[in-house]
Design a protein. Structure first.
Length: 122
């Protein structure tokens, strides 16, 4: 519980935890990630890549796809940098963070559509 708010862990993350032991730290940090999303006005946050597929190995980085409530370029970039830095500190590991607004064609063409919704602003 953070600031009096309880964040239930989604069933998809619980299943991932049992399939992929190196993600234990990530699963236990879920409430902090939720709080971070709310603080940075995140619209949606997804876990993507090897972790979402259950193929994460010790030493891999975690991949995330993010969308913010704002469309204003400068504000969005500031939030992106701040969010990425904070998330790396919370997880104590390297991450790759992709903004849905600035996805490149190369990334889209990779075709990996496996994702786990971690946060969605109602």
């Amino acid at each position: 519980m953070i600031l009096g708010i309880s964040y239930p862990i989604p069933q998809s993350l619980v299943k991932l935890y049992y399939r992929c032991e190196p993600l234990e730290n990530f699963v236990f940090k879920y409430p902090e990630i939720q709080h971070l999303c709310a603080f940075h006005n995140v619209k949606e946050l997804y876990l993507i890549g090897s972790a979402a597929r259950g193929q994460f190995k010790e030493g891999d980085d975690l991949d995330f796809l993010i969308d913010f409530l704002t469309d204003e370029h400068l504000e969005r970039n500031e939030k992106f940098v701040s969010f990425k830095t904070s998330l790396m500190e919370i997880l104590n590991q390297d991450i790759d963070l992709y903004d849905v607004k600035y996805l490149t064609e190369d990334l889209i063409k990779k075709g990996d559509t496996t994702s786990i919704l971690l946060y969605q602003k109602n």
